[in-house]
Design a protein around this ligand. Structure first.
Ligand code: SF4
Length: 438
């Protein structure tokens, strides 16, 4: 018991605040923390505040001051926490501030200060949680829901608006995954570049260090963990430019998965796509100039209601210009409840399929040429498995698991899943590469 982390708790305010305190205390105990009744004995103190009237504000600020004097490590939650500026002005040394009804955020702040205790004899789950992926790579979901309303999509009505996970919690999960053997973290969400918009890019904490709830800051911190970091579902907002230098310096994999969906401005407008007005081709050019190894993956929809032959050809011309590395293409299919179904000009099935085939044929040539350019190059790959013939099936920084190609290494002796290995590329097809160890 002596080594278990201890949390002190001060609960002020009305019955709603008491109920919030009970939730936090329940969660703390469920995760194995002890609750300390003295400041001296606690490793960190949570103060649940009230901000209803001036006297309550005074009492809350006094309680925070006392906890800081007596213990020094203080996390503030509750109604006064919603007025972050008041607390920061009076007590700049507090570690984290959340509003009321914020058990998850308080827990993230506690985890950041005091890692969750793990008892291998009683815990049924490992610290990194139960995973369905192989141990050497893991998906890291940073938010849920989406603030956009693309006309072909019903995700917002199923999952609601964007809710970003607290940055400290995401970092703690990532750290636990890397400690458990993950060599690659795949950052996912509905809209990765919007991370933190819902919480106004609030500053959170990771290992006692302030960290903004924002894509650039998050992926930069993830890049410190020593694993590959791969970004999925990024929309080309202006601030995406900020991650390109992190890719060029090797901190984050030079890989962007950006679902462009179309290239015709009119169709993009009908689709109500985020960042549709950005000058995509100019951006791609600038990114590649800054980071020549950048791999771009994208998905597109052809046969969207009202798409004309000329608009489809605009899309083919975009492919020629953009020279994307990896591309998926879907023929538009009406999802029940999607606004796009009400648009006029449904494209006949056979035309949709014909356009999809033409699209894929064009892209196949582009992808094949881009892979061919890699022959003779040296690179580090990550081994996924050893196949029945004894070859290693690996992936380069340009290949996400499941959706992209692979790198076959003929002489797999001594190689195991999860190994990084240096190889020279010897051959290429439209999807995959062949390599030898160097
Ligand atoms: S397709 Fe549009 S609405 Fe649907 S999840 Fe993606 S960005 Fe959000």
């Amino acid at each position: 018991m002596a080594n278990l982390p201890k949390v002190g708790f001060v609960s002020l305010g009305c019955p709603k605040a008491t109920s919030d305190s009970e939730r936090i205390l329940t969660q703390l105990r469920a995760e194995g923390y002890l609750i300390s009744s003295s400041y001296q004995d606690a490793d960190v103190v949570v103060v649940n505040t009230c901000g209803f009237i001036d006297a309550a504000v005074e009492e809350s600020l006094d309680a925070i001051g006392e906890a800081l004097r007596e213990n020094g490590k203080v996390i503030v939650t509750g109604c006064l926490g919603a007025r972050e500026g008041v607390i920061e002005a009076a007590h700049p040394a507090v570690l984290a501030v959340t509003g009321p009804h914020a058990t998850e955020e308080v827990m993230a702040a506690v985890h950041a200060q005091l890692p969750k205790p793990h008892d291998p004899y009683t815990d049924l789950i490992p610290p990194q949680g139960v995973r369905l992926t192989p141990g050497h790579y893991a998906y890291l979901k940073i938010s849920e829901g989406c603030n956009h309303r693309c006309s072909f999509c019903i995700i917002p009505s199923l999952r609601g608006d964007l809710v970003s996970r607290p940055v400290g919690e995401v970092m703690n999960e990532a750290e636990a995954l890397v400690k458990a053997g993950a060599k690659e973290l795949l950052v996912i969400s509905q809209d990765t570049s919007a991370y933190g918009v819902d919480v106004k890019y609030r500053t959170g904490f990771w290992n006692g260090r302030p960290l903004k709830t924002r894509m650039t800051e998050l992926v930069s911190a993830l890049g410190e963990l020593g694993a590959w970091v791969r970004l999925h579902y990024v929309y080309p907002y202006p601030h995406v430019d900020e991650v390109i230098p992190l890719m060029q310096s090797g901190r984050v994999l030079p890989y962007l998965d950006i679902p462009f969906q179309h290239a015709s401005p009119r169709i993009l407008k009908l689709m109500k796509r985020p960042a549709a007005a950005e000058k995509t081709l100019d951006r791609i050019k600038a990114w590649r100039e800054a980071c020549p190894d950048l791999t771009l993956r994208s998905t597109f929809i052809v046969g969207f209601p009202g798409e004309t032959e000329a608009e489809f050809e605009e899309l083919l011309a975009f492919l020629d210009e953009a020279q994307l590395d990896r591309v998926g293409c879907f023929a538009y299919s009406p999802v029940e409840g999607a606004k796009a179904n009400e648009l006029p000009g449904a494209v006949p099935e056979e035309v949709k399929e014909e356009r999809r085939a033409r699209f894929m044929e064009k892209q196949a040539g582009i992808s094949a040429r881009r892979l061919e350019q890699k022959i003779g190059r040296e690179m580090t790959v990550l081994v996924d498995e050893i196949d029945e013939e004894g070859d290693a099936v690996a992936r380069s920084p340009a290949d996400a698991p499941e959706i992209d190609g692979v790198v076959f290494i003929a002489d797999a002796e001594n190689l195991q899943p999860g190994d990084f290995v240096k190889v020279r590329i010897t051959d290429a097809t439209e999807h995959d590469l062949w390599a030898e160890k160097t």
